[in-house]
Design a protein around this ligand. Sequence first.
Ligand code: ZN
Length: 311
Amino acid sequence: MRRNSVVKGFRALTGAALVLAVLVFLTAAGMARAADYSGPLFDAHLHYNDEAWNGRTGPHPPADVLARFQRNGVQAIVANSRPNDGTRTLAEAQNETRKAGVTVVPFVRLYRNRADYDNWFRDESIYQMVQAELARGTPALAYRGIGEFHLYDSGNANGPVARKLMALAEAKDLVVLAHVDDAAIELLMSNTPSRGQKMRLIWAHTGIGGPTVGRVDELFAKYPLLMGELSYRPGLTCRGEQAGDKLCPEWRALLLKYPSRFMIGSDTWVNQRWLQYDELMQGYRHWLGELPPEVARRIAWDNGASLFGLN
Ligand SMILES: [Zn+2]
C-alpha cells in the first residue's frame, strides 16, 4: 500500500514536471527572438569627412573603413563627404573597394566647410561648385545624387539656390539626400517641374524631429518616389523585454505598408559614428530580423540597389 502510493506519487510528480517542462519550453519558444537579418546591407547615408581621413592623415584611412564595411556585410554605400574629396578618395580606390565587395555610389555634397551648412540655399557659388563637380565626375560611377544638405529653417527650401538645385536634380535624374523637416519636404518637392511626382528624394532620418507616423504616411502617399532613411529616427525602436531594441508597433506597421520605400544608413557625421559602426549595423540587423524576410531584405539592400540600378 505504502509502496504503491509512493509510486503513484512519483508518477503524478513526473506527470506534473512533464507538463511544467512543456509549458516552460512553449513559453521560451514563444518569447524567442527571430534570428537577426543576415543578408547584405546598403548604407544609404554615409559621410567620409576630412576629420576621418583628409587624404594623408586621420584615424580612419580607407583600409579602416573598408574593413568596417566588409565585416558588417555592407556591400554598397551612398558616399557624401565634406569636402567632396573624401567621396572621391573612396571612388578612386577601385581595386580596394572591389576586393572588399563594396560599390560606392557617389553624391555631390554641398559643403566645402561647416560655414556652408547655413548658407548653401542662397549661395550661388555652391550651385557653381555642384555643377563643376557633376561635370568632373568620379572614376567609379558618375555622381548619382546631391546631398546630404540640411535646412534648419524649412522656409529656406525656397532659397534661390535650393530651388535651382531641386530643378537640376529632377532634370538630371539625380537623387537628393535631404536632412529637413516635413514642411521642407513639401516645399522642396513643390519646387521641381513635376511638383515632386518625379523627384527621387531620400529623406534623411525620415525626419529627425520625429514627425508622426501618420504624417510620414501622408507624405509617402503624396510623393511616390520619396524614400525614408532610418538612422537616428525617433520612435522607430522601443525598449524590448530581452536584450536589444524592438521595432515600435506603429513603425513596424509603416515599414510593412511601404516595404519598398525605406533604407538604412550609418550617418558617420562625426568620427564617433565610425567607432560605433559595427554596433549600428548590428542594431539594424537585430530589428530587421523581426520583419518578414523579404521585407527585411528590401529595406536592408534591395531598395537602395534598385534606386541606383545595382542589381
Ligand atoms: Zn548625415
